[in-house]
Design a protein. Sequence first.
Length: 255
Amino acid sequence: MSLPISLRELMAERPALGTFLKIPRFEIVDILALSGFDFVVCDYEHSQMSVGEACDAVRAGRARGLPVLVRVPALDRGDINRLLEAGAAGIQLARGSGAAAGELRKLVSYPPLGTRSVSLAQPAADYGMGVTLTGHFERSNSTVLAVGQFETADYADGIDAAMAALDVAFIGPVDLSVDLGTPGELDSAPMRAAAEAIEAAAAAQGVPMGIFAGSAEAAADAVARGYRYIVAGSDLTMLAGGARQFSSLLQPAGG
């Protein structure tokens, strides 16, 4: 089976555009792949899916050559290992700043970089066919991404150590605005100060920045600001927008 493209290499060349996947169906993954997205983030935090369904979405993306990362709500060793063995391109951790970033790195990495459990009898290792243990370790450790979300008011606590552990520093603007006491005010002074501090810490260690963009305009702004990992909307927002537009065209005049 062909491997997904390396997001790490892609981000070194240009910004990568993704979206959240909340409907764990292969048809949705197919459509997003054919629509030109660089990656998707399967949302195991804010969706009605099981870990098995998330694994199926990962496998569907892998079949299409579309990297699928999975956003998880907590550091569950078993879930993370299952998702990575299914072929997830990385794990995105909610509230993944501070000390949690270091723990995330351990769980997504094989020794000597981490403590991930070892088995070759799994999809991401081609079931041990034609791959050595050392080769699988090297391949996985060099491609799997650890993405930590900065979305709480204590974002500055241990920020340098967090950056050293992460492949992408991701700002969750809505949660961050709520925790800073300015819910929904994404351009407030506290939000700007937080973004600038996170961006500076990431730049100091050469860590790409990521962010959620709720609109095309927000995505374009993120690109202009140098962000390399942009998650724009979700399959549900696209479905809702398309459904509303289609329905409005069918409404009788004056109806």
